[in-house]
Design a binder for this molecule. Structure first.
Ligand code: SAH
Ligand code: SF4
Ligand code: F3S
Length: 441
């Protein structure tokens, strides 16, 4: 069949979608670059906020019309976090869906497609119970269509149960892949042309994978192992939890040349009272100390973060502390969201909900500050040099676009540079979301 995968949500879903694609190609199906040409649609879904779920239900409504009009067999499958969380509701509201698979079951995709593509009308196939641990050993060992920079999931699931978060309910408990499994996959990626690997985990720095000697190994250990992979030019990892950002990780940043000096370290709030109710196990002071420790090992370390505004009971004073914390850290990049109550989470039962218009206003104020910090960060490189890994062609002739150490998009016009090269670039200007430069010979 001709398949089209649409991913919602986080990078872990992008990784899973890629692995689903590998499985389907290996089974003889053909990837299609647009929905219009496909006859098998896979929605890889997310439940992190209510809006994400609403969007998926509305996309399913549009797919129903396409399915009804289609002159050939047209299959719709729903996979990922929302599939696991809401399978019964999906079957009830969207009975024309052909299969529903949870994030721990994606390795079954090729078999399921085989099953549902037959002539007989089948009931919806629902398989949502397995945890992530089962899937990795059963995914395809063939990789197709890799680019210069790719994700590699090393840890999945979460034991933290932050009071607002649905992830422990969708991805299950923490599971780490073994060191040898990760290194094997990294080597395969590099031999398919990948130059930068971004390790993924809901809490990537609580990674505890089995080492070759049977001992449990942490993320710093894994990073040193991966740094030895021949041909790998860059390493990154995300998302880190502040409770596990320790000195050992700092030393990895100091000692591993290919490990980029950029850390996504979500704080969520700058108020101790809100952090306590969010069940984030650190105080504002501890978070700031963690940032300092990392800067002690890598003075050029830049930070990004996630914030939630309008958590139940968040006062103006609490919100001011969030703004002050952001001022103190000076983020290179940050994502901020309005709190969205999630079913069966502790926060969904909390009182003192913040009115919608207050949430919107706080989000606006915070985003204005974070945008200003991002552009100040970018401006601080005017006339300076950045090392850029070139990842794709730009829109103009001879233009290439790459990423700096700090993940900034940088474009150059130069015909001596190729995709996959790392070059020293002098920054000569700024566009709205990127830097412009010239390659230093
Ligand atoms: N594991 C990561 C985050 C995963 S979810 C961590 O612990 O930081 C990505 C981001 O979505 C979170 O950092 C948080 O900012 C946001 N988020 C999670 N649940 C949310 C909710 N119920 N409402 C609004 N934002 C939420
Ligand atoms: Fe969600 Fe908290 Fe786990 Fe992050 S650490 S995935 S926010 S429960
Ligand atoms: Fe969404 Fe699941 Fe990721 S809920 S943010 S796709 S872990």
């Amino acid at each position: 069949m001709r398949f089209f995968i649409k991913s919602y949500g986080c990078q872990m879903n992008s990784y899973d979608s890629q692995r689903i694609g590998d499985l389907l190609i290996a089974a003889g199906h053909e990837p299609s670059s647009s929905l219009d040409e496909a006859n098998l649609v896979i929605l890889n879904t997310c439940s992190i906020r209510e809006k994400a779920e609403d969007k998926i239900f509305s996309d399913l409504g549009r797919l129903k019309i396409i399915k009804e009009k289609s002159s050939e067999k047209f299959l719709i499958t729903v996979v990922g976090c929302m599939a696991r969380l809401r399978s019964a509701e999906i079957v009830r509201r969207v009975p024309y869906v052909d299969a529903i698979l949870g994030p721990g079951e994606i390795h079954r995709m090729a078999d399921i497609v085989e099953d549902i593509s037959g002539d007989k009308k089948k009931d919806v196939v629902v398989s949502v119970s397995a945890a992530a641990a089962d899937k990795f050993s059963q995914l395809s060992d063939k990789f197709f269509n890799r680019s210069v920079s790719e994700f590699l999931t090393v840890q999945e699931g979460c034991n933290n149960f932050c009071s607002y978060c649905i992830v422990p309910h969708t991805r299950g408990r923490e599971f780490s892949r073994s060191v040898s499994d990760v290194v094997r996959e990294a080597k395969k990626l590099v031999s398919s042309g990948v130059k930068e690997i971004i390790l993924l985990g809901q809490n990537v720095n609580s990674y505890k994978g089995e080492g070759r000697d049977g001992k449990s190994r942490n993320l710093a250990f894994l990073l040193f192992e991966l740094a030895a992979v021949d041909g790998l030019k860059r390493l990154r990892y995300t998302t880190s939890h502040p409770k596990d950002a320790d000195a050992e990780l700092g030393r990895a940043h100091r000692d591993i040349e290919i490990l980029m000096p950029f850390l996504h370290l979500p704080v969520q709030s700058g108020s101790d009272e809100v952090l306590r109710r969010m069940k984030r196990p650190y105080t504002r002071a501890e978070y700031l100390k963690c940032v300092d420790t990392m800067r002690g090992y890598r003075p050029d370390m830049a930070f990004s973060s996630d914030f939630i505004v309008g958590f139940p009971g968040e006062s103006d004073g609490d919100f001011q502390q969030t703004l002050q914390l952001a001022e103190e850290v000076g983020y290179a990049l940050a994502y901020s969201f309005k709190y969205s109550p999630r079913p069966n989470t502790a926060a969904a039962l909390m009182k003192n909900c913040v009115p919608e218009e207050v949430k919107s206003e706080r989000l606006r104020v915070l985003q204005t500050l974070l945008d200003k910090q991002q552009s100040e960060f970018n401006q601080s490189f005017a006339g300076k040099h950045l090392n850029v890994l070139f990842v794709k062609k730009g829109r103009h002739k001879n233009q290439l676009v790459g990423r700096s150490e700090y993940s900034q998009a940088v474009s150059v016009c130069d015909n001596n540079i190729s995709i996959g090269d790392v070059a020293r670039v002098k920054i000569t200007g700024m566009a709205s979301h990127s830097l412009i430069g010239t390659v230093e010979q």
